[in-house]
Design a protein around this ligand. Structure first.
Ligand code: ADP
Ligand code: MG
Length: 701
């Protein structure tokens, strides 16, 4: 710790911070930004006023790991003077003076305390990651320093050299460069891209191990699946090497869903005569610094979740990294001595194929939660479409968000936030689930809705074969688990939790049923927290039992499904007669299929439900709806009525644009040939009538 580069700049940092409300600090990964800056300011009395130093992290793992380290260095008990807060997990106390938190948690805190008066310093760490929430926080800080110019300091740190842009955003605030003492890193390129980067990484790693002197190997893979595969293969290969022919080996995975106790293993140095292989996601690019690395293997790819606002579809794509990322990865090899980086792609690919920088998350995410947040800030006369962003999102994704918020009653047709919207903003959930909880409370089925929301918010996959990253059919359907009674995955999740509840949360029961124990315990805890938040919001007028134990009936399920239909109003699909699938309803209908992992099955007549709502649309081999719930036609009706009134320009809270500009935004609806399988009843004809009115009005206007 004593020789971390940033510590040599302590005086300069303090001086600059004292004279300026906002300072940008740029320093190589590992220079000590995350662990030392907060301690420097703490030593210099920035918490004397009784206020806290906040340090944001885009990743949960980093918030946990870095705060643990700082507590250790300061010799204080973890969770007391130094602690962390991430979604659904708060390990801080009255005494906390250095608090690490995810950027999302800080955003939420600002809703109940807009001036964030509890903090004397706010450090936005890892700004180069350009996470959606950090970008929004940048905008928020800009306003905050005007209101609190005398008693708030904002520091923004970045590991890359593009600090000018952030500095310009804050009226040319000073930039401090902390030069890291990086040793030279030799770059080796492959002559061509390998057919399998997993095999190629394996071969390169073993080559290094056999030929090169000691020093750990850091291997960048794209995700948990690949990491697990490679770890297994490496273990086999290392075993088969002749004993005594090379160093001993320890092989360690490193990714976000690893339990914390396994994560910290990467921070213990290799024992003598031993080489560590660390197989990591891009988490090891800048968020976590692993000491001892001398060799880096870079496959050149990263797994990225992207949202397409036109289709409302998510995809988890393996995409090429940017040049900035490639340089960061290489840099990991030269922290302690000269190192080597093996790029599994040719030099021409680096220079010509890779984008110069990563696309900020704000330009590839669904913005419903963000727009709801901005609307709830009550900024006067704000036109969301013209908000001051560091890099603005596309108009299309803002409009997509506004439309969704309108359909779930979070904003009215003029774009003003509703009281429902305000309540939703206080819940740490996606808008669709927040809306479901509020509706469920009205129907007296909040208890069930809390369970479903908690099950869907588990950070890891709970059910066997339902891993978020795989798209395979569940091979071994666990026969003892309930099947959702034909109503779909939400009901199944509820039933599973209720069974567990009846066993008094028995760990053995989870194991017998292949349910992830840690995940299930987390769900139980999340459920409790959501209940407490709802209780605070509703000021006691809750209809719920705390333990979720309640004899459920078809009627209960029906209420829950109805609440889900309201929450997922923007995620609705109608079965098509002619094709074997569904068509989503809304502006740009998509043909989609039921995800193979779904428990939604055809009825005795071989029919799937006419209407379903879905938790998300994912595009893998084909567009799929994942986590489905069957809903009734009559509940769909009000959604059509709302769509009729929709005017996107009014929603944004801005001035109405000219007719010409709004062309191309005309919602299209399923044509008549996709009418549902059952003979038309009264409700259906009413829906049809609503549709017809809507379409004729649109074609006229
Ligand atoms: P930066 O934020 O500039 O990338 P950090 O402050 O995260 O740098 O890291 C500084 C040093 O602290 C590194 O050598 C890193 O390995 C070490 N470190 C960080 N977190 C931990 C931890 N949880 N356990 C042990 N060492 C850690
Ligand atoms: Mg850091």
């Amino acid at each position: 710790m004593a020789n971390l580069p940033i510590l040599q700049f302590e005086e300069q940092i303090i001086e600059t911070v004292e004279q300026n409300p906002v300072v940008v600090i740029i320093g190589e990964t590992g220079s000590g930004k995350s662990t030392q800056l907060s301690q420097i300011l703490y030593r210099r009395g920035y918490t004397k006023s009784g206020r806290t130093i906040a340090v944001t992290q885009p990743r949960r793992v980093a918030a946990v790991s870095v705060s643990r380290r700082v507590a250790q260095e300061l010799g204080v008990r973890f969770g007391e003077e130094v602690g962390y807060a991430i979604r659904f997990e708060d390990r801080t106390s009255e005494k906390t003076c250095i608090k690490y938190l995810t950027d999302g948690v800080l955003l939420r805190e600002s809703l109940s305390n807009p001036e964030l008066n509890q903090y004397s310093v706010i450090i936005l760490d890892e700004a180069h990651e350009r996470s959606l929430n950090t970008d929004i926080l940048l905008g928020l800080m800009k306003q905050l320093i005007k209101m609190r110019s005398s008693n708030l300091k904002v520091l923004i740190t970045s590991a890359t050299l593009d600090g000018e842009k952030v500095s310009r955003f804050f009226s040319n605030c000073p930039i401090l460069n902390v030069p890291g003492k990086l040793f030279p890193v030799k770059i080796r390129y492959s002559s061509e891209r390998p057919t399998s980067y997993l095999e190629s990484s394996l071969k390169t790693a073993i080559d290094i191990h056999v030929r090169e002197p000691e020093g750990d190997i850091l291997i960048f893979m794209t995700g948990q699946d690949d990491i697990e595969k490679l770890v297994k293969k490496l273990e086999e290969r290392v075993q088969s090497l002749e004993e005594g022919s090379c160093l001993d080996a320890i092989i360690l995975p490193l990714h976000g869903s690893l339990p914390p106790e396994l994560q910290v293993r990467v921070f213990s140095p290799a024992p003598p005569n031993c080489r560590r292989f660390i197989v990591a996601t891009n988490i090891a690019e800048t968020s976590l610094t692993v000491d001892g690395v001398v060799y880096v293997i870079d496959c050149g790819y990263v797994k990225q979740r992207q949202y397409n606002p036109t289709t409302g579809m998510y995809s988890l794509d393996v995409v090429q990294i940017s040049r900035v990322q490639a340089d960061q990865r290489a840099g990991r090899a030269g922290r302690t001595r000269p190192g080597k980086c093996y790029r599994l792609y040719p030099s021409i690919a680096y220079h010509e194929d890779l984008l110069p920088a990563t696309i900020p998350e704000i330009q590839r995410s669904s913005l419903a939660g963000t727009v709801l947040y901005l609307k709830s800030l009550d900024l006067p006369d704000i036109d969301i479409l013209k908000f001051d962003f560091l890099d603005p999102p596309s108009t299309e994704s803002l409009e997509d968000a506004l439309k969704q918020l309108y359909l779930i009653d979070a904003i009215d047709e003029n774009g003003s936030i509703t009281s429902i919207g305000r309540t939703m903003a206080e819940l740490p959930l996606e808008p669709s689930l927040s809306r479901t909880l509020i509706e469920a409370n009205d129907y007296g089925c909040l208890s069930h809705a809390l369970t479903v929301a908690a099950m869907l918010s588990a950070e890891t996959s709970l059910l066997p074969g339902r891993s978020k990253s795989t798209d395979k059919k569940r091979k071994h359907e666990p026969s003892d688990l309930p099947d959702g009674s034909g109503w779909g995955d939400h009901i199944q999740l509820l039933q599973i939790y209720e069974l567990w509840d009846q066993t008094n949360y028995d760990v053995e029961w989870c194991k017998e049923n292949n349910l992830q124990v840690r995940g299930m315990k987390f769900v139980r805890d999340v459920r409790k927290q959501l209940y407490q938040i709802m209780q605070k919001i509703a000021k006691g007028s809750l209809d719920v039992q705390t333990n979720g134990r309640r004899k459920e009936s078809q009627e209960d399920y029906r209420h829950l499904r109805k609440a889900l239909c309201v929450g997922y109003a923007n995620q609705l699909a109608e079965r098509m007669m002619r094709h074997n699938g569904y068509r989503t309803l809304g502006f740009k209908p998509q043909l989609v299929q039921v995800h193979p992992s779904s428990v939604l099955k055809t009825d005795e007549e071989g029919m799937l439900p006419n209407y379903v709502v879905y938790h998300e649309l994912v595009s893998t081999s084909r567009p799929f709806m994942r986590n489905l719930c069957a809903v009734e036609m009559r509940w769909v009706m009000p959604i059509f009525t709302k769509l009729e009134k929709l005017n996107i320009n009014r929603l944004s809270g801005g001035t109405v644009r000219s007719e010409e500009q709004t062309k191309g935004e005309t919602p299209s609806f399923p044509e008549k040939d996709v009418s549902v399988a059952k003979p038309p009843d009264d409700h259906q004809s009413r829906i049809q009538a609503a549709r017809d009115r809507f379409l004729s009005r649109k074609s006229k206007g």
